[in-house]
Design a protein around this ligand. Sequence first.
Ligand SMILES: [Zn+2]
Length: 309
Amino acid sequence: MKLIFLGTGGGRFSAINQRRMTGGFRIDNLGGRNYHIDPGPGALVRTYQFGLDPRNIDGIFVSHAHTDHYNDAEILIEAMTRGMTQKNGHIMGSKSVLSGFEKWGPCISSYHKSKSEILELEAGDIRYFNNCLVRATPTKHGDPMGVGFQIEYKDFKISYTSDTSYFPELAKSHEGADVFIASVLRPGGKSIKGHLCSSSFINLIEEIQPKLAIMTHLGLKMISNNPIGEAKRITKLTGIKTLAAFDGMSLDINYNNPSKARIISLKDVDAPYHGSNINLSNFERKNSRKLAAKNGEDDELSQIRKYVH
Ligand SMILES: [Zn+2]
């Protein structure tokens, strides 16, 4: 099984400025099928950029009705169904994404839902698809219907928090995860509403005890504070192998030994500033705070002001 990150930037401002990509991630070859999770802006383009084919996906999962998670869902559905000419695949997502809820969504039109199996999920739901089982996990976030998931294939479990703040029952819903993927917006102990920070991520890792933890959906402050160093610190603290995802990171995961996942940096042909190369961290360190302050990127501005004034 492979996990492939086509975007590791989190929040509106990361999406708007594309300082990191926002294409979500793929779970490839899970029981012989491929899935695209939270295809935000650029997911289609990033798929090609990293040498993958959007036409070979068997399912799309959209966790909630925020643009950085759903933006490219419809075009990927078109890829999956050969331009809406064939019945194919599963579309999984929250009620807000698929049917609409109050001011949220729907994010996928009836037309785009017409050629695939639809799994509308609310927290606590357990459903089967292909050769897997999915449990929808709860979130506390802007979209009240947002869900994360735990996908189980044979005895192997991949958990994804999606966007959420920390609450005690969250760990319970991700119990037993072999690989635990979390949206961690900020480093240190202070998060903004509806999101995790390093400290709450550490709590979750300690409670869940996965074999491998991965943080993605990184906000500007995390990006400019050496996320790889932060992941090393978390590994040391928890004793659980923790990685900070980067754009184009592909992990070859052995079901029996996920902590020994082989990390591959996929060749990024179009964008030298994105990817795992040394330019990335130099570029981010130099420019992130300055540019964020200049552009009035409010998610991070309260923190950034301290550095600027
Ligand atoms: Zn969100």
